[in-house]
Design a binder for this molecule. Structure first.
Ligand code: FAD
Ligand code: SF4
Ligand code: SF4
Ligand code: SF4
Ligand code: SF4
Length: 419
């Protein structure tokens, strides 16, 4: 058996509706359950040795990363957690070395994927060992904002909410005693809704993954019951073919009107991202005014290092912000040099994942500052981080001898000006 009624095997670029053949999984899944079923099949067929996915923790505001090796355990991960603001890319650096060359399957949102590509450029992860099942992503809501929004805008106790979803531009909740939806635009104009980095994000369909799955474009009798699947690589095509042949996934050609709607929604999302970029960056001002704002906001910093530890681009064993001759130890707030180091080292490669802002102990809008600088560099040099394997700008200024010196000394310092 093959796709589309037996005519052809899957290939890169194919788009289709897909759904699990398992009725129990279908009930738990977000729409068609294709993501969970494909990953289960990847484990069962030994395409991968383990899967890194996300499951619900103590409540629906708590998204927990989890490593699964038994296919049956993947059912517990089914469903989308829109308050799951976590980033999986850097976790791979933790897990993969311990797996010693084994294969890992992963669910990736756009930001997870962009972080992985940047790590791969730096030879910190090997994408050949990773199977990426992408999920489209319109954005996620910070758990703290979600609770506040549900209490203040929905008038509902956040602890009584049993289900949340984002559908047709609305944030919808089901709670003990009813359900309610409010338009995302209205929520965001009032300062709630998606994280600010998500509003500016332009990687809504992760086509750099092996397969991209979502709900946009599923209409008619399959609405809510099938996953929209776009095949993005030969690896993704093999996975889908295998799952179809094993009889665990069913597919059909997408409704042409659905295809049209999906393209329209995707484009509308990019326009909206441009609108938010303009608004956020203009709000920062320019030149000296922008610098003053950044200095003022970062003067709250308590040097907890969360921005560095959770950034997918920051990975150095010896971080320059810990060098006493650059940032005086024991001083809080740290000298502005602490932030300048990060700006100088990674602004060209920031993927706007939002972690440095979401997890900042002092609510400093770090992601906004870094993203604003990244976009300026992008305008100047045309380099877009996270979307392909093109090298970061800073790689271009390194000289051959410098690379040789690094390799000979094992140092991670490109220029040791104090020697
Ligand atoms: P399931 O079989 O239910 O599997 C879902 C998988 O997603 C599970 O493996 C789980 O581990 C993983 N997951 C759940 N929450 C997260 C998270 N926060 N981060 C990483 N992985 C997670 N699709 C669209 O077409 N348009 C959108 O605007 C859109 N926005 C989304 C926003 C978020 C935050 C998320 C997580 C998903 C979004 N999706 C969107 C994708 C959609 O909700 C479904 O995940 C997709 O259609 C697959 O459905 P399924 O039934 O096959 O997935
Ligand atoms: Fe989704 Fe982009 Fe936000 Fe990541 S940064 S959660 S991909 S909208
Ligand atoms: Fe993500 Fe912040 Fe690092 Fe940019 S600087 S990649 S937003 S953690
Ligand atoms: Fe990040 Fe620079 Fe520290 Fe490396 S040295 S971890 S790039 S701030
Ligand atoms: Fe400072 Fe915030 Fe970074 Fe912590 S996360 S070091 S408080 S900027």
């Amino acid at each position: 058996m093959a796709l589309f009624g037996g005519k052809a095997d899957a290939k890169k670029g194919d788009m289709l509706y897909a759904w699990t053949n398992d009725a129990d999984l279908a009930k738990k899944a977000e729409c068609g359950g294709a993501v969970t079923e494909l990953l289960k099949y990847a484990l069962e067929s030994k395409t991968v040795d383990a899967v890194l996915a996300v499951k619900r923790g103590v409540d629906l505001y708590d998204a927990v990363p989890t490593i699964v090796t038994n296919p049956k355990d993947l059912d517990a991960c089914a469903g989308s957690l829109h308050c799951g603001t976590l980033l999986l890319s850097k976790l791979v650096m933790e897990y993969v070395p311990k797996m010693s060359g084994k294969k890992l399957g992963m669910v990736v949102k756009g930001c997870d994927l962009m972080g992985l590509l940047e790590l791969s450029k730096r030879k910190l992860v090997n994408l050949d060992n990773i199977l990426m099942v992408g999920v489209n992503c319109g954005g996620s809501v910070s758990p703290v904002t979600a609770r506040k929004m549900i209490k203040e805008k929905f008038g509902v106790d956040p602890n009584t909410v049993t289900k949340e979803e984002i559908d047709k531009g609305q944030f919808i909740i089901e709670y003990e005693g009813g359900h309610k939806g409010i338009s995302m635009d209205e929520l965001e104009e009032a300062g709630y809704g998606r994280r600010s980095n998500c509003r500016r994000c332009k990687l809504k369909v992760p086509r750099q993954a092996d397969i991209a799955c979502g709900n946009w474009g599923v209409i008619g009798d399959k609405a809510g019951k099938a996953t929209f699947v776009e095949v993005c690589s030969a690896k993704g095509a093999d996975l889908l073919d295998g799952a179809v042949k094993a009889g665990v996934i069913k597919t059909e050609a997408p409704n042409p009107k659905g295809l049209e709607i999906r393209a329209k929604v995707e484009n509308a999302m990019y326009k909206l991202s441009d609108k938010w970029r303009k608004k956020d960056f203009e709000g920062l001002g320019e030149g000296r005014e922008r610098l003053k704002k950044i200095v003022k906001e970062t003067s709250r910093c308590i040097k907890c290092y969360a921005c560095i530890e959770n950034c997918p681009i920051c990975y150095c064993v010896e971080c320059s912000t810990k060098k006493p001759y650059l940032v005086k130890p024991g001083e809080v707030p740290p000298n502005f040099m602490f932030h300048l180091i990060r700006f100088a080292h990674i602004a060209d490669s920031c993927v706007n994942c939002g972690q440095c802002q979401e997890l900042c102990a002092m609510d400093i809008p770090n992601a906004l500052f870094m993203h604003a600088q990244q976009v300026e560099l992008e305008k100047m040099f045309g380099h877009v981080p996270g979307v392909d394997m093109s090298l970061p700008l800073l790689a271009l200024v390194e000289e051959r001898e410098e690379r040789d010196r690094l390799s000979a000394t094992g140092s991670d310092q490109i220029f040791d000006i104090f020697k």
